[in-house]
Design a protein around this ligand. Structure first.
Ligand SMILES: Nc1ncnc2c1ncn2[C@@H]1O[C@H](COP(=O)(O)OP(=O)(O)O)[C@@H](O)[C@H]1O
Ligand SMILES: [Mg+2]
Length: 227
């Protein structure tokens, strides 16, 4: 199959909410993301973008159809296996960054790696500093997260998402809370990650000017991919 080419694939992916009424939020979604692609998901409010990202990121396992990450069928995994896959292979950037305000920038970036515990702490610290440097944030490392500007905090959240060298980074409106200059800054960061490191990125945005800067847009309408 397409294991080598696609880092991520869905087949006939559907999602139903049962409460308060039966409602199909995703309808037979088939998408394929190539390694190193920077893809945006667009569509009006309520079209299913967040639902799709939530299911793709393995946080919601109540779906029908299949999701393949690196050729592995996620629908066949246990909760524990999914948690491992998520920690090791998936990075998230949300609209609100969820940095721990009382912790330093460096500590925030290190946390997901300490949780994964693949490397000893000094190694994690070194890797975190390298990544902060990569995005021009090394001089902020020892500041408390709540001392940074909104745009800087969101870029720290991107560094945090990168710490375990994920196969793919998901963003759900990561610029939704930023002014246009900072939003552009965040997108420039994504572009840099793609161009320099071949990072695969899937980002929801309703900003068409930002979406136009990605390799390709997938449009959702009423839970369906618009052809
Ligand atoms: N937990 C839920 N229970 C019931 N319906 C939901 C739930 N979450 C989302 N929905 C519905 O699913 C549809 C898609 O929502 P969402 O994925 O959040 O849209 P988007 O992110 O594109 O704005 C909407 O009609 C929304 O009301
Ligand atoms: Mg949403």
């Amino acid at each position: 199959m397409s294991k080598e080419n696609y880092i991520f694939e869905t087949k006939n992916l559907s999602k139903f909410f049962r409460d308060p009424v039966d409602f199909q939020a995703l309808k037979n979604v088939d998408i394929s993301i190539k390694r190193g692609e920077f893809v945006s998901i667009i569509g009006s409010s309520g079209s299913g973008k967040s639902t799709l990202l939530y299911v793709l990121s393995t946080l919601d396992t109540d779906y029908e159809g299949q999701i393949f990450l690196d050729g592995e069928d996620l629908s066949k995994k246990t909760k524990n296996q999914l948690a491992e896959i998520r920690n090791a292979k998936i990075g998230f950037v949300f609209q609100f960054h969820y940095l721990l305000p009382e912790f330093t920038v460096l500590e925030n970036v290190m946390l997901p790696a300490l949780k994964l515990a693949k490397y000893p702490e000094p190694e994690i610290k070194k890797r975190a500093m390298e990544k902060l440097e990569m995005l021009g944030l090394a001089d902020q490392a020892d500041k408390r997260a709540n001392k940074l500007s909104g745009g800087q905090q969101q870029r720290v959240a991107i560094v945090r998402a990168l710490i375990n060298d994920p196969d793919i980074i998901f963003g759900d409106e990561p610029t939704g809370n930023l002014d246009s200059k900072n939003a552009q800054n965040v997108f420039d960061t994504f572009k840099e990650l793609k161009e320099k490191f071949g990072q695969t990125i899937l980002v929801v945005t309703h900003d068409m000017a930002l979406a136009a800067q990605t390799d390709r847009s997938i449009r959702l309408h009423d839970g369906e991919v618009v052809k």
